[in-house]
Design a binder for this molecule. Sequence first.
Ligand code: SF4
Ligand code: FES
Length: 282
Amino acid sequence: MTQGKTGTELAEPPKKPVTVSINGNAYRADEGECLLTVAERVKIPIPHFCFEQSLEPYGACRLCMVGVVHHGKTVMETACTLRAKEGLTILTDTPDIVKYRTILFELYLAEAPKSAVVKEMAARYGVTKTRFLRRVDTGDPLGGACVLCGLCVRVCNEIMGAGAINFINRGPYTVVNTPFTEPSRDCFGCGACAAICPTHAVRIEDRDGVRILHSWSETKVPLSQCVSCGKYFAPAALEKSVLSRIEPPLRDDLAGLCPACRAKKLAKKEILAATGGDPGDA
Ligand code: SF4
Ligand code: FES
């Protein structure tokens, strides 16, 4: 017989507390914790585009650069890839960092000239103009608002497992889109790309029972309709994929219901059971 693991064996090892210094002040952190997360927690603003808790940091946008002080020297590193350790000392606003960040914001203003998010963020750091050539708008499906951070590509690939979009073209013509800019057959229509996009560049619309992914070559994904209230509530392909992985399977009388009707039905069943009624009547 296989012995099950005890609760103690399953518990995560306790995190070791360490002290890090940010701009001359000491803060507690867990050893190995992402420095950008620590800074956010203690309300020290560090601008960033390509960091998201649910994905491994990969240091693409370079905006979160900070100075790490070591033996009297300051070296620039990205805060999202830095890990907390005892005595780690960082500075977020040295003249070098400010200069570097200014140039990056100018580049992003040129890269995504239509993005209100980029403009607002850059202005917060005193950057309102760019000396760089603006991206030429050649029917960009992301409306001149994409900073090429890659989060949409990564969430589609690494979390949803769909791999429906990727970077296409090269150099100044690089954009995110579906292969050959054709409607995708791999897209579930989950909308994770739109939810994760830091500049709100991804355009999605639900219309007449169909989710239209305007930014992804007008990919169209049918939506499931609730058998009780008639509302469209989830992309059918996504619903099918999720239901096929639920163990034990969702009961037949609940499958096909939207979350609101499902919750109502379950609540009714509980009330009937508690009041001596027949839960089968729910
Ligand atoms: S569409 Fe949004 S998430 Fe995707 S690369 Fe562009 S800015 Fe990043
Ligand atoms: S958030 Fe750190 S490099 Fe993008």
